[in-house]
Design a binder for this molecule. Sequence first.
Ligand SMILES: *[C@@H]1O[C@H](CO)[C@@H](O)[C@H](O)[C@H]1NC(C)=O
Ligand SMILES: *[C@@H]1O[C@H](CO)[C@@H](O)[C@H](O)[C@H]1NC(C)=O
Ligand SMILES: *[C@@H]1O[C@H](CO)[C@@H](O)[C@H](O)[C@H]1NC(C)=O
Ligand SMILES: *[C@@H]1O[C@H](CO)[C@@H](O)[C@H](O)[C@H]1NC(C)=O
Ligand SMILES: *[C@@H]1O[C@H](CO)[C@@H](O)[C@H](O)[C@H]1NC(C)=O
Ligand SMILES: *[C@@H]1O[C@H](CO)[C@@H](O)[C@H](O)[C@H]1NC(C)=O
Length: 228
Amino acid sequence: MAPSEPGGSVNPVPWAAALLLAVGMEGALALPEICTQCPGGVQNTSRVAVYCENTSALMQARCCLNQKGTILGIDLQNCSLKDPGPKFLQASAAVIIDLQANPLKGGLTNIFRGFTNLQTLILPPDVTCPGGINAWENITSFMDKQICQGQKDLCNSTGSPEMCPENGSCAPEGPGLLQCVCADGFHGYKCMRQGSFSLLMFFGILGSTTLAISILLWGTQRRKAKAS
Ligand SMILES: *[C@@H]1O[C@H](CO)[C@@H](O)[C@H](O)[C@H]1NC(C)=O
Ligand SMILES: *[C@@H]1O[C@H](CO)[C@@H](O)[C@H](O)[C@H]1NC(C)=O
Ligand SMILES: *[C@@H]1O[C@H](CO)[C@@H](O)[C@H](O)[C@H]1NC(C)=O
Ligand SMILES: *[C@@H]1O[C@H](CO)[C@@H](O)[C@H](O)[C@H]1NC(C)=O
Ligand SMILES: *[C@@H]1O[C@H](CO)[C@@H](O)[C@H](O)[C@H]1NC(C)=O
Ligand SMILES: *[C@@H]1O[C@H](CO)[C@@H](O)[C@H](O)[C@H]1NC(C)=O
């Protein structure tokens, strides 16, 4: 039994609540890094800024954020980007993205993996829309930019549903991408294995492998240290 004095004990609940609130507020104040990595502000003619105003979200640095802090739009015009970089995934819920006036390289399909909400993507004129023409409803070219609009759900186009196995279903995974998700109780190749996948076993294997590698590395480092 933990010792407790009826009069003198401090109720931990308000403290926990205050701490949670503080952490939550800090989370809301901290802007995702992708929003601030490019200097300069967003022009008021930016489509992202206009979209943000219309959805009554808030423009902060390069991003349009909703109340929860989710990035709905991002304007990275004129940021000298050759590729958007790994932090770009922070914007994977975005509806509108502007990347014009950047020296982007082609082959953007994998960069937009998981961007299932994306409806408007503005690119430099010489960069093709990720997923190609079949991934978008409209592609419009201008002198200085190209606009990919209306991401198509490939799972809806004819022929696609049959691509997934019998006990799996099709799910969009970004422009030009889809994945087959096994139904509950199925897993493995073509969703043919029955019984739920043991997550515990998976972590078990992963964990022991990591441990083995760590021990191995520790051993070799020690040997090196001794030799020198
Ligand atoms: C954008 O800013 C310019 C001046 O900086 C101003 O003249 C113009 O009216 C603004 N446009 C909008 C839509 O706010
Ligand atoms: C923004 O909203 C106004 C009116 O609410 C509308 O006229 C305008 O077309 C909208 N613009 C965009 C880009 O959705
Ligand atoms: C791009 O950025 C450079 C410097 O950062 C600035 O001089 C130039 O005016 C910008 N161009 C546009 C189109 O915003
Ligand atoms: C594509 O273009 C057509 C015709 O201009 C238009 O009716 C449609 O709304 C556009 N779709 C999107 C998603 O912008
Ligand atoms: C795709 O199909 C689903 C249901 O089958 C529907 O809810 C969704 O609106 C469709 N999407 C498009 C872009 O047609
Ligand atoms: C799909 O599931 C059903 C039972 O729900 C099973 O009879 C069938 O063999 C499964 N198909 C494949 C390809 O595993």
